[in-house]
Design a protein around this ligand. Sequence first.
Ligand code: UGA
Length: 442
Amino acid sequence: MKATVFGTGYVGLVQAAVMAASGHEVVCVDKDAEKIAKLEQGIIPIFEPGLEEIVLTNRKNGRLRFTTDPEVGVSHGLVQFIAVGTPPDEDGAADLKYVLAVADTIGSLMSEKRIVVVKSTVPVGTCDQVKRTIEARLSKRERSHIPFDVASNPEFLKEGSAVSDCLKPDRIILGTASSETEAIMRELYMPQNRNHEKMIVMDVRSAEMTKYAANTLLATKISFINEIANLADILGADIEMVRKGIGSDPRIGYHFIYAGIGYGGSCFPKDVQALIRTGDQQKYDMHLLKAVEARNATQKRVLLDKILRYFDGNVEGRTFALWGLSFKPNTDDMREAPSRAIMESLWEKGARIRAYDPKAMDECRRIYGDREDLILVEQQEDALDNADALIVATEWKSFSAPDFDEIAAKLKSPVIFDGRNLYDPHQLKRHGLDYFAIGRNG
Ligand code: UGA
């Protein structure tokens, strides 16, 4: 089948590459000429395991093409995916200007039947707006007879495992009232839907809502466990024991109840905020989500407070080794990363950072540029040189079993502040290291 994808961010690029790898002919459109030029040369703008390989293979065999020309995109695919960003506007609501601009473009250029599929995370009612935008364009062109449908097909991929999530989705949510659209989308998703029925078809508004409900429930789980972890700290309980204890109940489950230094990334913070604003617009107070958001904001400071307490509030002139910059492992994405809140607060207080991350060093350079109080090192052990203490902000695999004797010997104050609960407190004691984690310090 022929499909077009507008937007070559995480969602668009991965969706396009996976569709091409499944045998479809895909054109990607992005207005960022530099990005498209790089993609045409086989340079992938993000680090995502497995992505480079499928982009390169399918670019070579011609099933995946890139262009800045929307005309090429609109004339190519029967199915037109909108996968552009929906960043928060000034008051936190999802800004739909990019989504509606693509709808307008499709309406301006289409000359035959099109199925427009909204993949971007959008508030309930957006597909109706997309439909009205296209209708308005068509009637201005006096082409109102051209048939089209607008469907919702939210994406549930996780950064760091985006390609495999997309190749083997837990579910394919499709919001449409049209049996023809359903049939076309079933054909498109056939490779993902072959062995088990993954497609859940519903009305458009429910599909739009499903995406926000999923992300905000996951964010709620994280803020909940973080709140319990902070109380465990005060009361002398160990959150890791509590996690195992509650996770064994299948109604709760082991997934997504890891205490830490708050959720980051491009999705949870933005989507929680956007759903709160949707509630506000409807004069419905989203009490619970407001608490989830507030807990997350304070959680990003929990480790920092432990650091300041340890050093009696004075970190000026001290150097901190920092392991992990990305908001989670297997990505170079630092959007809303807890590491940023930690670095920025320590810098404000006159401390220096020696940081290492397996993938996000270039991104860190891009964000912060050259500064005296930030040194990026090539090996994780090098971060420890002349450092007072070690902070762990991301649970990359390579941080999980380090040489604790080396850490104890290198650090001026042998102490680890672990925002991801990677280590066994008893083991660290044996190596002569002080250890502060989340919800396990008594
Ligand atoms: C999230 C969702 O998990 C995806 O299903 C969704 O498609 C995506 O947002 C999106 O809307 O695009 P992602 O942001 O890539 O995916 O990352 P997650 O793995 O969900 O992690 C989010 C944050 O929660 C990270 O900062 C992570 O460290 C934190 N987290 C996660 C915890 O603190 N504790 C946990 O138990 C799990």
